[in-house]
Design a protein around this ligand. Structure first.
Ligand SMILES: *Cc1c(COP(=O)(O)O)cnc(C)c1O
Length: 362
């Protein structure tokens, strides 16, 4: 049975002119809309009390389990406004199902797919005015789930809350897409065999912060992690990685400890549609190094919902630089990025039926 949502309107929403000022330069993750979704879960009652309510701070008992043991998962997706004013989102079923897989790993309850999608739809409907238009702007949607049982014993919580908040987002790259250099983490991993690497949980991000600080000190915004043996590529702190060969083949690591990105899967599908060969298999660092040296690997990119696709110009470490930090974006990366964003903003056909409409034209 699907959940019934109640709506309590925010009695003091952000004024129109103040909202328009935010939408003119939203940045990322700093401004939030007038409402949020909450759904509670208990062992006895299951999911209940689904509601859209005014955005605001949570009152939490300091003994809430999530604050101590990190039993938390999240998702990241976007709502896009089209030229006709309608608002759409991209493959929400994929995010709903991935959250169920993350929940299973973190011993959290699974929210049914239709309730997840309805939660997102309700929030975007009530905060429709917060969806920016133009450029590569969007409304970033952040579903998440926390263990809010008040108990310091170590076991899976018996009370949980699912929430969705929304934040207008500008283009990830203010000055257009720019290839980046990334830092190879030799000392630290983000995940290991049998760990939580395939789940979208806050703990994985916590583990990536120190290596990311070290990367920043080397002038790199992002870190590439290897597997625990230090031989195979895994992924960045929050983005998947893909290599492109001179013959057009796309290669991406296959591993149980990386996050199964919706952006990566979609870009690889578009590449296959365009006749590229796609390989999902273990990829060694040596293969990247040798391929760049002999010219058989011509491009690399990182991908995820927030930045869509970021070309990787070079991989740096204390030992070496693979690639050319000044290299421009390659043709395959550029074309795939354009194709995917054209579908997301309704500028191109959607051959796989990925887009889901949330609100009507205006
Ligand atoms: C969210 C995330 C990604 C990208 O996934 P998308 O579904 O493409 O946004 C990649 N790696 C990690 C670790 C992530 O958390």
């Amino acid at each position: 049975m699907t959940l019934e949502f109640t709506l309590t309107r925010n009695p003091s929403p952000v004024a129109d002119d103040a909202r328009e000022r935010v939408l003119a330069a939203p940045g990322f993750g700093r401004h939030f809309t007038d409402h949020m979704v909450s759904i509670d879960w208990t062992v006895d009652e299951g999911w209940h009390d689904a509601r859209v309510e005014p955005y605001g701070p949570l009152q939490m008992d300091p003994a809430s389990a999530v604050l101590h043991y990190g039993q938390e998962i999240f998702e990241g997706m976007k709502a896009y406004r089209r030229a006709d004013g309608s608002v759409w989102t991209f493959r929400p079923d994929q995010n709903a199902r991935r959250m169920q897989r993350s929940a299973a790993r973190l011993a959290l309850p699974q929210l049914p797919e239709e309730d997840f999608i309805e939660a997102v739809r309700r929030l975007v409907e009530v905060d429709e005015a917060w969806v920016p238009s133009g450029g590569e702007d969007s409304l970033y949607l952040r579903p998440f789930m926390i263990a809010n049982e008040v108990f310091l014993g170590v076991r899976a919580a018996e009370t949980v809350r699912f929430m969705v908040i929304a934040s207008p987002a500008g283009p990830y790259f203010a000055g257009g897409v720019k290839p980046v250099s990334i830092w190879l983490s030799r000392e630290y991993n983000r995940a290991g065999r049998g760990g939580t690497g395939a789940a979208k949980c806050g703990g994985n991000y916590a583990a990536s912060l120190l290596p990311t600080q070290l990367a920043a000190a080397q002038g790199c915004a992002q870190v590439l992690f290897l597997d625990e043996d230090g031989t195979d590529l895994e992924e960045l702190g929050g983005m998947n990685v893909v290599l492109v060969k001179a013959d057009g083949t796309l290669i991406t690591p296959d591993s149980d400890s990386i996050l199964d990105g919706v952006t990566r899967n979609s870009l690889l599908q578009l590449a296959e549609d365009a006749g590229h060969k796609v390989e999902r298999r273990p990829v060694t660092l040596a293969e990247w190094r040798d391929g760049v040296a002999d010219g058989s690997i011509t491009e690399a990119f990182a991908c995820g919902t927030a930045a869509v696709l970021t070309p990787i110009a070079a991989l740096k470490s204390t030992e070496e630089v693979i690639g050319d930090p000044d290299a421009p974006a390659g043709p395959v990366s550029t074309a795939l990025r354009q194709q995917l964003t054209d579908i997301q903003y309704g500028r191109a056909e959607d051959p796989h039926g990925w887009m889901v409409q949330l609100t009507g034209a205006r």
